[in-house]
Write a protein that binds this ligand. Structure first.
Ligand SMILES: *C1O[C@H](CO)[C@@H](O)[C@H](O)[C@H]1NC(C)=O
Ligand SMILES: *[C@@H]1O[C@H](CO)[C@@H](O)[C@H](O)[C@H]1NC(C)=O
Ligand SMILES: *[C@@H]1O[C@H](CO)[C@@H](O)[C@H](O)[C@H]1NC(C)=O
Ligand SMILES: *[C@@H]1O[C@H](CO)[C@@H](O)[C@H](O)[C@H]1NC(C)=O
Ligand SMILES: *[C@@H]1O[C@H](CO)[C@@H](O)[C@H](O)[C@H]1NC(C)=O
Ligand SMILES: *[C@@H]1O[C@H](CO)[C@@H](O)[C@H](O)[C@H]1NC(C)=O
Ligand SMILES: *[C@@H]1O[C@H](CO)[C@@H](O)[C@H](O)[C@H]1NC(C)=O
Ligand SMILES: *[C@@H]1O[C@H](CO)[C@@H](O)[C@H](O)[C@H]1NC(C)=O
Ligand SMILES: *[C@@H]1O[C@H](CO)[C@@H](O)[C@H](O)[C@H]1NC(C)=O
Ligand SMILES: *[C@@H]1O[C@H](CO)[C@@H](O)[C@H](O)[C@H]1NC(C)=O
Length: 577
């Protein structure tokens, strides 16, 4: 395979031999060296933090039922956490890697070992840093295959190909770290910008800087697609080919044929591509979906291309192009793709939708404006500053200790347990605080998430840590609890860990809170995290040790060596209970 990062398939082969001999769960162990290296995807050399020096970072291959152990050694100049995006972390909430929520960061010259089981899910997920903008370059694929001997619920593909979409700033990472990030310069497919960018274009035609997938006519490939972009939804299309979606966010779907797909930041799609066209070369293309109105700056819409090359294609052939949706067509295309996916009922891990709801929440979400504090310069429209909120709460990330430690050790003053189930009548985006919603173990939560679009009605990708949720419905306008509730899909709804709330519209989500710990629910556009579009669910312990939080690992990174914060922790909670 002429993939740019050969490492993709080396561990795969190794695992294949390893697992063909044993049928039981394995321990898969890796080292992540986080270090600054110089790369040059466009014209300029840039120093970026990476895992092991590659962009994207190494692909992790596991099987369902395995234990994954990753030793993260921070040899960079940044605070780091690694989030295993979409992994349930059943009984391992300390391993979620959410900075200041599940743990304090791994500081430079420090290390931490993530160790957790991967159970009850298969497909493609991603890992990424969860500290300010660092996931722009610290990310990679996490591929969960079925346990040895178990087939996929679709025809076995000839080959599997990870496709990681990334957003690139051709600028100093320090500037990127000053929030919010400036407008990005390019997108990348597996680290490569393609032939429509300067420097990419000039470097020896199609030979160097464009991702190429060589295919054999008649064979079927499983594309494992990840949107690792910080801030943009991306359309993906292959010229003259349809694909069959078989899984989203590592949940199997009813096979769905489409010529174009859309992924929000943090979403993944597994799709089968059959090389069923005449020998030749075909562009694959990604393009940003900008649902925001003109008040919000949008990145350039230059297409980002890769190439499908049939084995017998003439090297002189010119690739055929694809036509990307644009304008209003983009909104309807995005909606058609997103809303038509259904789960594979009866497939592996399918669980029927719980019909009894314990907690009903109506959550308004949006981006607004606040006056700029005197003496500062704000980048929002009319010289104001952006402020985001959920139900009139603008979340403030704790500064001295992680929220989960504050919960576990019963330390007061870090958060308030008062996140409202309903929005107040009127918003003014003034209510800054760290507010959480506490859930009883095993309760079923239903959330209507309403995009209020105060200054812009752009689509926000909402991501829940620790759980998948059913997406019972999508719609535009205001959610109507009578008319719209009747149309919800309780039979075979799609499941996600990240969902794009339509611009000026709503989604209805349902999940079962069967995993104790502190779990973020937040907008996965990284630019919106500092605006506070975040809340946290605290799921209480169940009745047994098996359904209760474990104590944190002894080497969990600490925010400070200040003994006054930590000295009483060991005695403040009875760990034996
Ligand atoms: C990284 O580790 C090396 C030792 O392995 C140390 O000399 C260096 O200062 C560290 N750099 C950073 C940025 O932590
Ligand atoms: C990362 O690099 C380290 C040190 O070079 C190596 O031991 C490790 O195997 C690499 N990890 C992966 C996942 O490739
Ligand atoms: C850590 O980074 C420093 C430069 O910051 C470098 O000199 C050293 O070799 C690195 N160590 C490892 C183990 O990569
Ligand atoms: C990890 O950190 C501990 C101290 O916290 C240190 O003893 C150990 O050598 C470090 N391991 C690596 C691989 O750097
Ligand atoms: C893709 O699917 C559509 C609808 O099923 C069909 O009309 C079209 O011909 C297909 N295109 C290709 C290239 O197979
Ligand atoms: C998908 O959803 C749209 C509504 O957005 C509907 O018109 C269409 O028939 C659905 N089905 C398919 C296969 O696209
Ligand atoms: C937690 O602390 C509060 C006071 O700060 C106290 O009222 C409560 O009983 C404590 N709960 C537990 C479980 O220790
Ligand atoms: C929204 O939050 C602000 C700040 O706390 C508060 O003054 C205002 O009353 C809240 N809005 C409503 C309608 O409760
Ligand atoms: C939680 O729900 C599951 C079914 O979803 C049930 O099997 C289990 O007994 C419940 N546990 C508790 C403690 O309620
Ligand atoms: C890194 O984390 C520590 C502990 O939370 C914090 O004190 C420090 O300010 C952080 N550094 C940066 C650059 O954010």
């Amino acid at each position: 395979m002429p993939l740019p990062i050969q490492a993709f398939f080396v561990p795969l082969l190794f695992l294949f031999f390893f697992f063909s001999s044993i049928a039981t769960a394995a321990i898969v162990e890796h080292v992540f060296q986080v270090k600054n290296v110089v790369v040059k995807p466009l014209c300029k050399e840039q120093m970026i933090p990476t895992v092991n020096g590659s962009l994207p970072g190494p692909t992790i291959n596991v099987r369902e039922g395995d234990t994954l152990v990753v030793h993260v050694i921070n040899n960079s100049t940044y605070n780091i956490t690694i989030h295993w995006h979409g992994v349930f972390q059943l009984k391992s909430s300390w391993m979620d890697g959410a900075n200041m929520i599940s743990q304090c960061p791994i500081q430079p010259r420090n290390n931490f070992t993530y160790r957790f089981d991967i159970t009850g899910q298969e497909g493609t997920l991603l890992w990424h840093a969860h500290v300010v903008n660092l996931r722009a370059t610290l990310h990679g694929a996490l591929i969960i295959r079925p346990r040895s001997g178990r087939p996929y619920p679709f025809p076995k593909p000839y080959k599997e190909v990870p496709l990681v979409f990334e957003q690139w700033w051709d600028t100093d990472i320090e500037l990127l770290n000053s929030r919010p990030a400036p407008i990005s310069d390019a997108y990348l497919i597996n680290g490569l910008a393609g032939d429509s960018y300067p420097c990419s274009k000039n470097s020896n035609a199609h030979s160097l800087r464009m991702f190429k997938l060589r295919v054999v006519q008649g064979k079927t490939y499983l594309l494992r697609i990840i949107n690792a972009a910080l801030n943009t939804h991306l359309f993906f299309k292959i010229a003259s080919h349809n694909v069959t979606v078989v899984s989203v966010d590592a949940v199997y779907t009813t096979p769905y044929v489409s010529d174009v797909m859309i992924l929000t930041p943090g979403q993944t799609v597994d799709a089968l591509l059959t090389a069923d066209q005449p020998n030749g070369m075909y562009y694959m293309e990604i393009s940003p979906y900008t649902s925001a109105n003109s008040l919000v700056p949008v990145p350039p819409s230059t297409p980002i291309r890769g190439l499908i090359v049939y084995e017998d294609a003439k090297s002189t052939a010119s690739p055929s192009n694809s036509l990307m949706p644009s304008g209003m067509n983009a909104i309807s295309t995005a909606h058609r793709f997103s809303s038509n996916i259904t789960s594979l009922v009866g497939g592996p891990y399918w669980t029927p939708v719980p019909d009894h709801v314990d907690e009903k929440m109506f959550v308004t979400m949006g981006l607004g404006l606040k006056p700029c504090p005197p003496g500062t310069k704000c980048i929002g429209p009319f010289g104001q500053r952006y402020a985001g909120s959920l139900n009139n709460r603008t979340f403030v990330i704790p500064g001295t200790i992680s929220l989960q430690e504050a919960y576990f050790y019963n330390i007061s003053g870090v958060y308030t347990d008062d996140f409202p189930d309903q929005p107040p009548m009127k918003f003014d985006y003034a209510n800054f605080g760290t507010s959480v919603k506490t859930l009883k173990y095993n309760s079923t939560v239903e959330m209507v998430v309403q995009n209020t679009g105060i200054i812009t009605s752009e689509s926000h990708p909402m991501h829940l840590h620790g759980f998948n949720f059913y997406v019972l419905g999508y719609g535009f306008g205001n959610y109507d609890p009578i008319r719209d509730a009747d149309k919800l899909n309780l039979v075979n709804p799609q499941m996600h860990n990240t969902v794009g709330v339509p611009p000026g519209g709503w989604v209805v989500l349902r999940f079962k809170a069967n995993n104790p710990g502190a779990w973020m629910f937040h907008c996965h556009m990284d630019a919106h995290l500092p605006y506070g579009i975040i809340m946290v669910f605290i799921v209480q312990n169940g009745p047994t040790p098996e359904t209760s939080m474990q104590p944190p690992p002894s080497n969990l990174p600490q925010c400070t060596r200040d003994p006054t914060i930590y000295e009483s922790l060991a005695t403040s909670v009875d760990l034996s209970s």
